[in-house]
Design a protein around this ligand. Structure first.
Ligand SMILES: [Zn+2]
Length: 439
């Protein structure tokens, strides 16, 4: 395989793909799916399009193997979150290639990975690899709105197409910021789940000139303050224990944990070194609560008789919803507060770290990126991986792109971009992974 040439192709194809506006809502993934389909067609590879609603398509293509083991799925999503061009250095749907980056909404999340997977898939076809298992390229709609009209629809309506041994998806990435001079590849084998709550508190309405202290907000606000004061206890789960134990080989401050492997030592070191001051780290060692919406009142001189609050809670895969709900009610300490779970995204078990697949991924990373360090990691956000994990299919999230910790803000933020070099190297890496796992 001429990787120089295929690398060029990956970069120009990504630039073109980024020009297709697949902002969700509404999604409009069909042109994106057709674009991917047209590239496969040029290579003589057939694919199927699945429509969940007009203009909303997912695409599946398959390279047949000998049936020794179930397929490997290369999963990606076509939709992106909205972008406001006024705030960007380049137009978010320009696909501009400049300063060594490909710029655009979706460059990282996750059209860049989609194109790398596509190139790996095409290379596997061109090379006529003797595959022992099928390789499936799956580009889905709707991930950014929860995945219900994309990955979940596909799993529910076409389970026979997606019965797999392994899924590679987004979730993890590489960073140069955590270990001096080394790329740390964080392979996401787990993720938190969303547990969204609506609180309603009724009070006594009246005239704003005569406060009673019994208005809905008078009662809601102190209860919310009690809740926000009351953080969930730290719970470093097995995935994050493995993460910190790998870091301990490189971080002096974690060395005592590296020596004794005692969870209590780790928790003490996290506290003492104030590691949870970093929101990204705080989010992966406990259940979190974010108060994101408040509704009450119609007029400045009217005491409201009802107030509503929405809490974006993110729970560790080890946390039971019921137990968490009891904690919330306890912390609010107001028996008249109504607490409804209006969205339970359902926990999915972590995919195993102690497995041949996980070791294969690590092996290929270490072969392709000689300065790399690998580690499992838990994603604090959501991805389509949860639908597959819930069905017992192991999923690992690793976008082979190098991000600074500050660059994380570009995902769903402004000036999203991916290094050109990573698009090239990542295509080859995913191909090498296919070779390792499927031949
Ligand atoms: Zn994504």
């Amino acid at each position: 395989m001429d990787w120089d040439k295929l690398g060029d192709r990956a970069v120009s194809t990504l630039s073109e793909y980024l020009r297709i506006d697949t902002t969700n809502p509404p999604g409009n993934e069909a042109p994106g799916a057709e674009f991917l389909g047209s590239i496969l067609k040029q290579e003589g590879i057939s694919c199927k399009l699945y429509e969940s609603a007009p203009g909303r398509s997912s695409l599946l293509a398959r390279l047949e193997g000998k049936g020794e083991g179930k397929p490997l799925i290369l999963l990606n999503h076509i939709d992106v979150v909205p972008a406001n061009p006024d705030n960007w250095q380049v137009h978010p749907f320009s696909g501009e290639i400049t300063d060594g980056f490909v710029w655009g909404r979706g460059a990282l999340d996750m059209k860049g990975m989609g194109i790398m997977e596509l190139m790996a898939f095409i290379a596997a076809a061109r090379d006529g690899l003797e595959l022992k298992r099928d390789v499936v390229f799956l580009a889905v709609a709707d991930e950014e709105a929860g995945g219900y009209s994309g990955a979940r629809m596909m799993l529910e309506n076409h389970p026979e197409e997606l019965d797999a041994d392994l899924v590679i998806n987004e979730g993890g990435y590489a960073t140069l910021d955590l270990i001096a001079g080394r790329s740390l590849f964080m392979i996401a084998n787990a993720e938190k789940y969303g547990y969204w709550l609506r609180l309603t508190r009724r009070g006594v309405g009246g005239h704003g000139s005569m406060p009673t202290g019994q208005g809905a907000l008078d009662l809601m606000v102190p209860a919310l303050a009690r809740l926000l004061e009351n953080k969930r206890p730290m719970n470093v789960n097995p995935t994050m224990q493995a993460f910190f134990s790998r870091l301990a080989e490189h971080w002096e401050i974690l060395a005592p944990y590296g020596e004794d492997g005692d969870l209590r030592t780790l928790e003490r070191l996290i506290e003492e070194n104030n590691l949870t001051a970093l929101p990204a780290l705080s989010a992966v060692v406990r259940d979190t609560v974010s108060l994101n919406m408040l509704n009450a009142g119609v007029k400045i001189n009217v005491i409201p008789d009802e107030a509503e609050a929405f809490l974006d809670c993110r729970l560790l895969p080890e946390t039971e919803g019921k137990e968490f709900l009891a904690f919330i009610k306890d912390a609010l300490d107001d028996p008249e507060m109504e607490v409804d779970v209006f969205m339970d995204m359902e926990k999915a078990p972590a995919s195993p770290i102690d497995s041949d697949f996980f070791r294969s991924i690590e092996k290929v990373i270490l072969a392709d990126y000689p300065d790399a360090v690998t580690t499992p990691f838990m994603l604090s956000g959501l991805s389509d991986s949860r639908f597959f994990r819930a069905k017992g299919i192991p999923c690992y999230g690793i976008i082979p792109a190098h991000l600074g910790l500050m660059d994380l803000a570009r995902i769903h933020g402004v000036d999203e971009r991916i290094p050109v070099r990573d698009v090239r190297d990542g295509s080859k890496f995913l191909y090498d992974l296919v070779v390792e796992i499927c031949t």
